[in-house]
Design a binder for this molecule. Structure first.
Ligand code: TRP
Length: 336
């Protein structure tokens, strides 16, 4: 058994889309097949409060994201798969870490700075206007997620790298002050995990509203794919694969041989309409079995709920005794 512990969280906002699939879900499930390492995957539902989501949307998103990982075959006997809010120790640790987190460190967080910048740019007198503490101390909750399970490797997108580095800083400061307690985590930025472009050619993201839901039913799936932006080259004119969203998406799903074939079709000038149809058929066939399982789970949320509770129980076997040690280290102890 190697000592590496992988952990990553997924904020419960929105419906899983094909960008999440190729960027996080697929590599996460693949990685968890390595039985010599431990894997923690969890739904970061308390993080979604920083975005002020509507309560019903949070529940729905939690169900959809959990069902997606399960339908795609995550081995929940090996991987720890749980919902953050089912582990009260994480919130307790969050407060403990507040005592070792410099306010100045939080001032430097990109997401907070972006909100301040937006206020300054729009001429607001108060640069903190509309900034909630859940946004401001978001990195501390994330540090608790990470440190609670002694994670060594944290696979994240580029935008979350700073948060993992902050978790490391907080852990270091704590260890320095109270003695060796936490394991220092490292961010892992996927090099060969594709960042997919969306319908409009910008990065596929729920905030741009340009996504293709991973389990879209056949008809809406086809409709969305037909909407993908292309250039105006005519059928018969050779096309460049280098700046084609359709090609990028195809490549993210297909084998290298199939991709090479499509490269040939581009050179021969395949019509955009035909290529979109081909992409639709490919994704549709590829996703069909998982989609059926996904739909079964969505229709029966009790199955998903039970799975998450089982995961939480396993995760708490690690968290409860560890938190007891941490509390002891900081002087929150029984008197006699
Ligand atoms: N903040 C991360 C995101 O928005 C999600 C997240 C929460 C996370 N806790 C985490 C990722 C811990 C890695 C480790 O993508």
């Amino acid at each position: 058994m190697s000592n590496e512990i992988y952990l990553t969280g997924i904020t419960t906002t929105g419906t899983p889309h094909i960008g999440n699939y190729v960027g996080a879900i697929r590599p996460g499930i693949e990685a968890s097949k390595d039985l010599t390492t431990k894997h923690f995957y969890f739904l970061a539902d308390y993080h979604s409060l920083a975005k002020n989501e509507d309560p019903d949307k949070i529940v729905r998103s939690t169900l959809e994201i959990a069902a997606a990982w399960m339908a795609l075959g995550l081995d929940t006997e090996h991987a720890y798969f749980y919902r953050q809010s089912d582990i009260p120790e994480i919130l307790e640790l969050t407060w403990i870490l507040h005592g070792m987190t410099a306010k100045g460190l939080m001032n430097r967080a990109h997401s907070y700075k972006a909100s301040v910048q937006a206020n300054v740019e729009s001429g607001n007198k108060d640069p903190d206007k509309g900034v909630m503490m859940a946004l401001y101390s978001y990195p501390i909750l994330m540090a608790a997620d990470i440190l609670m399970f002694k994670s060594t490797k944290v696979p994240v997108g580029q935008d979350q790298k700073q948060h993992v580095e902050m978790a490391r800083d907080i852990a270091q400061r704590f260890n320095h002050h109270y003695g060796q307690t936490f394991v220092l985590p490292e961010p892992v930025i996927g090099e060969n995990t594709a960042v997919l472009k969306g319908l409009d050619g910008r990065k596929m993201s729920k905030s741009y509203n340009n996504t293709i839901p991973l389990f879209a039913a056949e008809k809406p799936l086809r409709k969305l794919i037909m909407k993908i932006k292309t250039n105006s080259l005519e059928p018969g004119e050779p096309k460049n694969t280098g700046d084609s969203t359709i090609f990028d998406i195809y490549k993210a799903f297909a084998t290298p041989e199939e991709t090479a074939e499509v490269e040939k079709l581009y050179a021969e000038g395949i019509a955009w309409g035909q290529m979109k149809q081909k992409l639709f058929e490919y994704i549709n066939d590829h996703m069909k079995p998982a989609r059926e399982e996904y739909e079964r789970l969505i229709a029966d949320p009790a199955i998903v709920e039970a799975e998450l509770l089982k995961g939480a129980e396993r995760a708490r076997e690690e968290a409860v005794p560890y938190l007891a040690k941490i509390r002891d280290a900081i002087g929150i102890r029984k008197l006699g």
